[in-house]
Ligand binder design. Structure first.
Ligand SMILES: NC(=O)c1ccc[n+]([C@@H]2O[C@H](COP(=O)([O-])OP(=O)(O)OC[C@H]3O[C@@H](n4cnc5c(N)ncnc54)[C@H](OP(=O)(O)O)[C@@H]3O)[C@@H](O)[C@H]2O)c1
Length: 227
């Protein structure tokens, strides 16, 4: 049985991912912060994780190590958008966003790396919002200056994806590293007007995880997306 570790499975895309992998016969290790998950499935184990706290990241990685399973896929899904209504940069919001979306996510990934199985896949939930190419394409709209902290965080996360993929290749690790844009998804973050249900994003991400695409790429619906 293959094992996937997914951050933030209590709601939204993470919840849909967890259900999808369980349905496909995978064992799921899932984390939560404020949305506890009923552990009513024999193939599901849950762990508390706060990506804004190094202490919590360390404790969660230790608990996962103690579970003693090699991890075939890590999906870094947990993330925050706290400047949704802003067009100006608010330093405290940027700090908070970088803490979770970049620093905590990278720190957690580094701690999980030793438990990854050969041939494994690490996927990061990035966003169109972090794409410099999309900034050029949409420069005449309001899009390029809305929610700057979130945009900056996903752009920085993308560079972590690239550096990690290059490092794994250089060090001879048999690991694929990918960024993915899920689309505009109907969740607490995406809002009620978003056109796509989280199950659709989960299906695309499941297909990505279980394929062996070239490492260090940014994906959207199975196609390369501009960095
Ligand atoms: N929705 C979209 O349209 C969209 C578009 C592009 C990219 N994305 C990305 O996709 C991912 C999932 O988004 P979503 O729409 O499902 O978001 P969501 O509905 O707001 O859910 C966010 C998830 O992140 C977890 N989380 C938040 N802060 C955390 C922290 N400090 N430590 C650990 N976990 C934390 C939450 O856990 P608790 O509930 O347990 O607190 C929750 O499971 C995010 O990385 C987001 O940036 C979403």
């Amino acid at each position: 049985m293959k094992t996937v570790l997914i951050t933030g499975i209590g709601r939204g895309i993470g919840q849909a991912l967890s259900s999808r992998f369980l349905k496909e016969g995978w064992s799921v290790l899932g984390t939560y912060l404020n949305t506890p998950v009923p552990a009513n499935e024999p193939s599901l184990k849950t762990f508390e994780l706060d990506l804004s706290s190094e202490e919590s990241i360390g404790a969660c990685a230790e608990a996962i190590k103690a579970a003693g399973t090699k991890i075939d896929a890590l999906i870094n899904n947990g993330g925050i958008l706290v400047d949704d209504e802003e067009t100006r940069l608010i330093p405290d919001k940027l700090r908070k966003t970088l803490d979770v979306n970049v620093i905590g996510t990278a720190s957690f990934t580094e701690k999980i790396l030793p438990f990854m199985a050969a041939g494994g896949h690490i996927v990061f939930l990035s966003s169109q919002a972090g794409s410099l190419g999309e900034m050029d394409r949409l420069e005449d709209s309001h899009y390029p200056y809305h929610y700057p902290a979130y945009k900056i965080s996903k752009c920085a996360l993308n560079m972590y994806v690239r550096t990690l993929a290059a490092r794994m290749k250089h060090e001879g690790f048999d690991l694929t590293v990918s960024a993915v844009h899920p689309g505009w998804i109907r969740t607490d973050m995406g809002g009620d007007e978003a056109p796509t249900p989280p199950q659709e994003a989960a299906a695309d991400i499941f297909a990505l995880v279980t394929s062996r695409p070239p490492t260090g790429q940014f994906w959207y619906k199975g196609k390369k997306f501009p960095w």
